[in-house]
Design a protein around this ligand. Sequence first.
Ligand code: EPZ
Length: 417
Amino acid sequence: MEKIIIEGGARLNGTVKISGAKNAALPILLSSILTDKENKINNVPNLKDVDTTCQLLKGAGVKVERSGDGQVIVDASRINNTEAPYDLVRTMRASVMVLGPLLARLGKAKVSLPGGCAIGARPINLHLKGFEALGANIKLEHGYVVAEAKRLKGNRIYFDIVTVTGTENIMMAGVLAEGKTIIENAAREPEVVNLANTLNSMGASIKGAGTDIIEINGVSRLNGGEHTVIPDRIETGTFMVAAAITGGDVEIVNCIPEYIEPVIIKLTEAGMKIDTGKDFIRVKANGKIKSVDIKTSPYPAFPTDMQAQFMSLMSISEGMSVITETVFENRFMHVAELRRMGANIKVEGNTAVIRGVPKLSAAPLMATDLRASASLILAGLAAEGETVVSRVYHLDRGYEAIEKKLSSLGAKIRRVK
Ligand code: EPZ
């Protein structure tokens, strides 16, 4: 089991380059199942979840070639298996996005129901309801979703709750369905737009991605092409908080500031000096950290995936901050660990009240989920003494070489076996 050890106190300075977005790369890689032509995907981050997705594709008979520079070439011309096994889906819930492409391309799919996860039950009922609306026959057998459809037929689908992968799953099914599919109350995340643009460059006909109404006119087949994954807005936000929490001055390049606007606004309110350009954000700490309140909601609001990281910053702010998590029902797993570092946090339901303390003190910590582990790393950067974070495999799912990037900014951080 690997651990990450941090000697806190160093102010971060310098420039860091953002990698491709995990939550865009995963659906784009899986969308290659929709065609028998070759697709080249650039700026794919080197992450555990990308490894798992490539494993899933290979298991289905898709040819996958990964070059070292972030390009993945996929060719699903000889796809021969329509099953996503439990051990893969268990390690990565996003595997459920293989359902839409398999149903659309081959008319059948057998995908393990994802188990729950640390941050919530995370059901996929809305995905399945969408597939049934498109004419698929869905059965649940022995923990598996067994889906069949001779030919998917377009329909109007309304999502009671905004679901990112639900929107992406139905979008991928709709591109080859007969007729028109309309998704209402669709997710508006930039990763949904990146997927739609990719599918359109493969010959699909999708309008409205990025708004809450997406219209898909089914086509008979898709071509291949070359595509690029957008920068990771959550990695961007994480490094912005790293600069703020250490009192540093960091330039974050290869990012898209507008995709992380709520974090820019909230860090400015917290007292940071922030300059932005077309593809960079500079965060300069400015003395003390003011307490600000945040409430997470679907894009374009403050992202739930930045809630834990922001809570670390608020732990050493001057005053009281209220953080409300409206997307997941159990996304405060980091609170207990931050408390062990001396943070003063009270949780009532989906609201956390943080009273800032002057300093956190280093402690041995346990990561529980991807973004919680990032928040513990951030807290360790600011804490007095040596922090040891274990179960860092959570971190490797969504951050490419985070300790290398942080140490290039001056952090005293290392990974040990
Ligand atoms: C995506 O997960 C992201 N993952 C998550 O990022 C992110 O936290 C989440 O969207 C919210 O932004 C990927 O894109 C691979 P949802 P997803 O469906 O699609 C409920 C990370 O850290 N819901 O938008 O699984 C659900 O329980 C990960 O990178 C249903 O009830 O999230 C949740 O409360 C973590 N039924 C809410 O909707 C459904 O059928 C939003 O979930 C689907 C979802």
